[in-house]
Ligand binder design. Structure first.
Ligand code: GAP
Length: 475
């Protein structure tokens, strides 16, 4: 079997385990799904929270120079005009004249259609804007087609004259709309495509409230939305996902040194996740491929089962965003160095982490197959601090009330102490171990008849399968 097939098999095994064991489900699955959306089940939520909390602890709580914010997802449309997203946040879209499939031109060989195989059937690329439009409030007025929006087919609009009938209008590219709804143009906005702008728009608030010394950072975690042309590879490229971002405000004179510090902090982060260093790679992004705002970008790539792909990005965003706000909102974004008259607009180093890609890197690192007593075993070698469940507590036999009662006692003690503790009395002990292995529980604790005598339990290690007796008080 080729290396690629083995890797794809691994990916499929992870997707299937994630669904079967309640980590990640397809979004709206009961209605046939909605492409590019995913729902986290109980274990997925725990894993995700453990990762996000670890990030927050490492980059916000444990530092003196970091300020957290949680900004609204809906923002004034001017934010996205000034940031350049309305005009330039596009991917090249091509359509096959034969099967009508749509593709992202920079991700395929455009000589022939990847779906039907017809040669020279793909259109010239069209700049497809990835912003999701939405409208704020109930209002009437004229319609403004957002720049770069790919309009085709039929939409339903409300007649402007009568304001009650729903009429259907056929739209071709470039069409204008007269005498029909739609929404007042000021009401148009977008689901945020990055959390970063919620940080930039609060920069002045943080400076006014806290007057921090430079350099300092503002951090945010939250949802981001992109109308990706081809969502793919499980949660790797979704239309709704979560980001953890920092804008680190600096004196431009120091940008190179600050950038280097962040390169090494990112490596600290991947190590804290337990990702093998040899699977994390730095890619210096050439100017032509950098985002419009970046003067230097290093992508941190990871060897996923689907291949080497971007895990997170580190960009030198200069004063692009604060300057845009100053120019467009007319508010002074200068920072005054304490005790001096020196003023300038700070520059920014931006580490930007995708939560779903982090989860995918953690899961694919943890996914392990081995053999125990001649039988194939699948287990997740998750770091203890990320595992959704730390201890699984079992009475040896579930029909012996004295064992169940002692096991409940142990469960209550550990639940209070650690929180992420589960009760498992289903099937025989071997089956319980396999079930817990599969979700990455590091320790299974079994209460047997001896426990009633000596208050010692059997604790079994997930990775080595070694069992030993320890006192309940030591857990
Ligand atoms: N504020 C900068 C920014 O958003 P980006 O490289 O477009 O930069 C940052 O995105 C990170 O967000 C990526 O490295 C990736 O981890 C994650 N990300 C971006 N698009 C994604 C998508 N469609 N699905 C899942 N994660 C995504």
């Amino acid at each position: 079997m080729s290396d690629k097939n083995i890797k794809n098999e691994k990916m499929e095994a992870i997707v299937s385990l994630a669904k079967r064991r309640g980590f990640i489900y397809q979004g709206s699955e009961v209605y046939g799904g909605l492409s590019g959306t995913w729902d986290f089940g109980p274990l997925g939520v725990s894993l995700k929270r453990n990762i996000m909390n670890l990030w927050w602890k490492m980059f916000v709580d444990d530092r003196e120079d970091m300020y957290g914010v949680d900004a609204a997802i809906l923002m004034n449309q001017q934010v996205w005009k000034a940031s350049g997203h309305v005009d330039t946040f596009t991917d090249p879209l091509v359509e096959c004249s034969e099967c009508k499939s749509l593709f992202r031109a920079d991700k395929i060989d455009t000589d022939k259609c990847p779906n039907c195989g017809k040669e020279n059937s793909l259109s010239l690329p069209y700049d497809f804007n990835l912003l999701f439009n939405t409208h704020v409030g109930a209002s009437w007025g004229s319609f403004e087609a957002p720049a770069g929006q790919h309009l085709k087919g039929e939409i339903k609009v409300v007649d402007n004259e009568t304001r009650d009938g729903v009429v259907k209008v056929s739209i071709k590219e470039g069409d204008t709309f007269n005498g029909v709804t739609v929404y007042e143009k000021d009401a148009l906005t977008y689901l945020r495509p990055e959390t970063a702008q919620g940080i930039f728009t609060n920069y002045k608030n943080i400076v006014d409230s806290f007057y921090p010394d430079l350099p300092f950072g503002i951090a945010q975690q939250g949802k981001a939305f992109r109308n990706e042309i081809s969502p793919r590879d499980f949660i790797f490229r979704s239309r709704e996902f979560e980001q953890m971002e920092i804008e680190y405000f600096i004196d431009p004179a120091n940008w190179e040194a600050e950038f280097s510090k962040w390169v090494s902090l990112v490596h600290d982060w991947t190590k804290a996740l337990g990702l093998p260093e040899e699977n994390v790679h730095e890619l210096e992004v050439p100017e032509a491929d950098r985002a419009h705002y970046s003067k230097r970008t290093v992508d941190f790539e990871f060897d996923f089962p689907i291949g080497r792909e971007e895990l997170l990005g580190l960009a030198y965003r200069t004063d692009f965003d604060l300057k845009n706000i100053q120019d467009n909102a007319g508010k002074n974004m200068e920072y005054t160095v304490k005790g001096t008259n020196t003023k300038f607009i700070p520059h920014v180093i931006e580490p930007s982490f995708g939560v779903e890609r982090t989860i995918m890197a953690v899961l694919s690192t943890a996914y392990t197959e081995d053999e125990v007593n001649g039988e194939k075993r699948v287990f997740l070698r998750l770091p203890e601090h990320l595992a959704p469940v730390k201890y699984a507590i079992s009475p040896l036999l579930k029909n012996k009330p004295e064992l169940v009662s002692k096991a409940r006692e142990v469960y209550d003690i550990l639940k209070k102490k650690h929180g992420n503790v589960t009760w498992d009395d289903n099937g025989n002990i071997g089956k319980r171990y396999r079930r817990q292995d599969e979700i990455g529980t590091p320790y299974c604790v079994v209460i047997d008849f001896e426990t009633l005598e000596d208050s010692m339990v059997t604790i079994r290690d997930r990775d080595t399968t070694v069992q030993k007796r320890v006192a309940i008080s030591e857990l």
